[in-house]
Design a protein around this ligand. Structure first.
Ligand code: IVH
Length: 673
């Protein structure tokens, strides 16, 4: 315990918070720190110590509270006060010109200023501040309703928890983009590769994955960033121009991109677009275009908006970046279903921020159609999220030494027969014992969307197969510590132990995951859920007839036939028996069995509940497959009204949404178990 009294502690805590917030702002927002890391750490340590001694002085806005526990309201629906619109796109300079012409025509010759901004390639979010305090952050969702991601957003150090402002607007919503820098993206992928986890395709996907984390500690380690660029709603304040709004946002402590420029002519707007198109690689984060906005808010109001996007703004999208490089070789890999996929091995080139050394060529026909030969100089491109692709050869660079690609007649891995069925583009190895298929099948089984066995990445699977410690997926559940240690020498004790616990934990995965993990042809994650809901056990699914399967709306004849063939294989039956014997969960959880009544339904809670706490009620709804939302609309399926329910109950009655009392809900949910 520190030798100071409550009053002194309170004063010092407040002073420390102001100082730490100030340094956070200098470091994360202005990129101009005033103190060394160790001086900063010392301040945080002192604050933590004081807060530990005086826990009732801890507040939500304290800089020590940025990384919390998983909150009760994570991902609950949040209704935006005003809709989050999207932007119209210009895919060429001509589109851009048309936009600028239309705007000046509609404003019939008035003087128009534009604000040019970088188009951040991240995820749109909306932040709500009440009395100057950050109370809620949400994803864009469908523009009307998003998901609550407050806890994850709080981990972004440049996001102010408390605003630097004296006459605070009572409520306001600001909009911006959460993104990940190129450096952090590379670091995260490096760490994931070392842990044999699947890699993120680009910073945007990594940022999306990070915001979707249940545990804010994981989000915190990702080091997300944010820029704000619009107001959603504000009370008690008005502005003349978009530039004034940005100035206001910057002034109260929000990070606003410093590259934003106000321009007075169309020509200057073009220049801004072309300059950044050239220089985008030099930025520490990815952008996918430029956003141009009419500056004057009165002009904006007169131009109005369509249902989707404002008519006073446009996003100029950069053309897909292209480079030329050499095709050193074309190699063929064999996937889980025996599909032979040709891939171009390239002389590495930098493209949209990443080094590209491979590009899929899809199949034989595609190679012929584009006439790509080994030794060709080719144009490669990457547009947005898309995996790099070979666009075309540069025929003028040929010198006659290029070789035509010929699809192998036998499997390059097992030497088995390769078949290409009539009307199909894909050639397949038809040997189900092909090691490449077994390998890919086991990797799929342990992958994130399937049984999610951490540590069972491609190189571990390869070692276990080579050492003959496993032959198929069922063997995973019979592995012993000694097996792994002896047969896979590069495994340390700890890694072996972790792998065994991860395998053990996977026994409890929901039925749909197991069905997906089995790798039945054409059965993806979504179809697996449909099958799990309908048949409720592996046994039930195995016993299903062709007609029963084909009758399901989302299934159809191809999948139905594939399921039947899968279960008619003796080897598959044997593997499933061994999985059952090993103790895997093979039936749907109780809730799933009876919950169809509440599954996928949207609930709103209102009034005071007397038997359940709000948290318990929400958990119950989620366990039954329902969603909890905060506002009543036509899309609400049930309103649960406790004591003294007010406006929401009235709204429910108006919209004829069924209303349940707390007791009725408890009774119905009990029947659902
Ligand atoms: S303005 C009413 N400005 O692009 C218009 N959007 O394609 C609101 N984005 O949903 C958007 N950088 O997530 C605006 N400087 C910028 C932006 C930007 C990135 C995103 C935003 C929006 C999407 C539309």
């Amino acid at each position: 315990m520190l030798n100071i009294n409550y009053r002194e502690a309170k004063a010092e805590i407040e002073q420390l918070r102001r100082t730490i917030d100030h340094h956070n702002h200098r470091y994360y927002t202005l990129d101009a720190p005033e103190v060394s890391d160790s001086e900063y750490d010392e301040l945080v340590r002192r604050l933590l110590k004081l807060e530990a001694d005086y826990p009732d002085l801890v507040t939500a806005e304290s800089p020590t509270q940025r990384v919390g526990a998983t909150p009760d309201n994570a991902f609950v629906s949040v209704r935006h006060r005003t809709r989050m619109l999207s932007l119209s796109n210009a895919f060429s300079l001509e589109d851009l010109e048309n936009f600028l012409k239309r705007v000046s025509r509609e404003l019939s010759g008035e003087k128009i200023e534009f604000v040019c901004e970088l188009k951040m390639d991240g995820l749109a979010v909306s932040l709500t501040y009440e009395k100057g305090r950050f109370v809620r952050g949400a994803t864009r969702g469908d523009g009307k309703t998003g998901e609550d991601i407050t806890a994850n957003l709080k981990t972004i150090r440049s996001l102010p928890l408390k605003l630097n402002i004296s006459d605070v607007p009572p409520v306001f919503e600001v909009r911006g983009e959460v993104f990940l820098s190129k450096d952090q993206f590379l670091r995260i992928n490096k760490e994931r590769a070392a842990a044999e986890k699947s890699l993120f395709a680009n910073p945007r996907n990594a940022a999306a994955g990070s915001l979707r984390q249940l545990d804010p500690k994981v989000t915190d380690r990702r080091r997300l960033q944010i820029y704000l660029f619009a107001l959603g709603y504000i009370e008690g304040r008005s502005f003349k121009t978009h530039g004034d709004i940005l100035e206001f946002l910057r002034g109260v402590g929000f990070p606003v991109n410093a590259k934003i420029r106000k321009v007075g002519s169309m020509d200057e707007a073009y220049r801004y677009c072309l300059d950044w198109q050239k220089q985008r690689d030099e930025l520490p984060y990815e952008i996918d275009g430029i956003v141009i906005k009419v500056n004057d808010l009165d002009q904006q109001r007169r131009l109005g908006a369509t249902a989707k996007a404002p008519r006073w703004s446009i996003a100029y999208k950069f053309p897909a970046e292209q480079r030329t490089t050499l095709v050193k070789d074309i190699v063929v890999s064999v996937g889980r279903t025996g599909a032979l996929t040709p891939t171009a091995v390239l002389e590495p080139v930098r493209l949209s921020g990443s080094l590209i050394s491979m590009a899929t060529l899809h199949n034989e026909d595609e190679i012929q159609r584009k006439d790509i030969r080994i030794g060709d100089t080719v144009i490669v491109q990457k547009a947005g999220d898309v995996i790099p692709e070979v666009v075309a050869p540069v025929a003028s660079k040929r010198d006659g030494s290029e070789k035509l690609f010929i699809m192998p007649k036998v499997c390059p891995v097992c030497g088995g027969k390769v078949e290409r069925l009539k009307g199909e583009a894909i050639a397949r190895c038809i040997n189900i014992a092909c090691p490449a298929q077994i390998f890919a099948g086991i990797v799929h089984f342990g992958s994130r969307g399937a049984m999610d066995i951490e540590g069972l990445g491609p190189s571990t699977v390869k070692s276990l197969l080579e050492a003959e410690a496993i032959k198929d997926i069922s063997d995973l559940y019979y592995l012993k510590f000694a097996d792994i240690k002896e047969k896979v020498p590069h495994f340390q004790d700890k890694a072996a132990g972790n792998l065994l616990s991860a395998i053990e934990a996977s026994k409890k995965r929901p039925l749909s995951r197991l069905i997906f993990a089995l790798g039945i042809r054409h059965v993806g994650a979504r179809t697996a859920e449909v099958l799990a809901d309908r048949f409720l056990s592996v046994k039930g699914l195995a016993a299903a007839s062709y007609d029963e399967l084909a009758d399901i709306m989302e299934v159809g004849p191809v999948i139905a036939q594939s399921v039947i063939s899968f279960f008619s294989e003796d080897n598959n039956q044997r593997i499933i028996s061994r999985l059952r014997l090993a103790g895997l969960e093979m039936t749907a959880k109780k809730e799933q069995r009876e919950a169809s009544k509440f599954n996928g339904k949207s609930f709103v809670l209102t009034g005071k509940l007397t038997t359940l706490t709000r948290h318990q009620a929400e958990e119950k709804i989620k366990a039954l497959g329902g969603r909890v939302s905060s506002t009543v609309s036509r899309n609400t399926d049930f309103v649960i009204a406790g004591e003294k329910a007010g406006g929401k109950l009235k709204k429910a009655k108006e919209l004829k949404v069924p209303v349940l009392s707390e007791d009725e809900f408890i009774r119905l949910s009990a029947q659902s178990r």
